[in-house]
Design a binder for this molecule. Structure first.
Ligand code: ACO
Length: 220
């Protein structure tokens, strides 16, 4: 992804970690232009990710990042002939802690606050070149975490394939109870037949894998 400004001025490292301040450091103090350029990069990446996932609206934007306690890992690349020596933004990974009510293997509710993968995108022309793995691996090192201990927000088929290939994460723990009938409470004035059995609702859209519930630190 190219921009009409030099991304090197914005991101000095190959992988930069942004939070609600965008980038901490003296370089950005009083430089509204740099902050605006970073916001443009985040907004464009968020829109491209939403389009790739056919979402109706981006889950990542500069304004959302400013108001939430999430972290954005941004990868740039410029080495070699592929980009004619010009730095480009390759993609991003957004993570954050979320309080979740999950079902374990036995269908028992468990409260947990794991680090979650919230958004992940590599520009189309650079997918399947190992950039996603580089970004994800950097985040795991930065957080000192195993991927099995994380939760994944509505993972796309591509992310599921990515996790299976690189981290052998294949067995997810279902987050929907079997369709057991649930009858309304006795004080409900409607006759049972007119209401019928209700299906228990989907608990949430997060996916966790076998091994997640072994983490005593994240699971209460
Ligand atoms: N179809 C199926 N699997 C894919 C695809 C694809 N088009 N692209 C990547 N993968 C998976 C495969 O397992 C692939 O291995 P293979 O080529 O041997 O089949 C593996 O990822 C490749 O690994 P990397 O090259 O390291 O991954 P990449 O740089 O492509 O990044 C990512 C992976 C981020 C999922 C990327 O494909 C992408 O941006 N996809 C579109 C957006 C998306 O679906 N993001 C996840 C949203 S869900 C969420 O964030 C919680």
């Amino acid at each position: 992804m190219e921009f009409p400004f030099d991304v090197n001025h914005l991101f000095s490292e190959r992988i930069s970690v942004l939070d609600h301040n965008f980038v901490a450091g003296p370089k950005f103090l009083g430089r509204a232009d740099l902050q605006t350029h970073i916001a443009t990069v985040i907004d464009d990446l968020g829109r491209a990710s939403a389009k790739a996932q056919t979402l109706s609206a981006p889950v990542t934007s500069a304004s959302k990042l400013q108001s939430q306690k999430h972290q954005l890992y941004v990868l740039k690349d410029g080495e070699g002939s592929r980009n004619r020596g010009r730095e480009v933004v390759v993609g991003f990974l957004k993570v954050g802690y979320k309080k979740l009510f999950l079902l374990d293997r036995h269908g028992v509710h468990v409260e947990a606050e794991p680090l979650c993968v919230l958004d992940f995108y590599i520009v189309e022309s650079l997918q399947r070149h190992g950039f996603g793995l580089e970004l994800f691996g950097f985040m795991l090192q930065h957080k000192n975490l195993e991927p099995v201990l994380m939760a994944y927000d509505r993972p796309s088929p591509r992310l599921l394939s990515f996790l299976a290939k690189h981290y052998c994460l294949m067995q997810s723990v279902p987050q929907v109870r079997p369709a057991a009938p649930v009858f309304p409470p006795a004080h409900n004035s409607l006759p049972l037949a007119s209401v019928g059995p209700l299906l228990r609702p989907v608990v949430n859209n997060f996916v966790v894998f076998d091994g997640f519930f072994l983490n005593k630190a994240a699971v209460q």
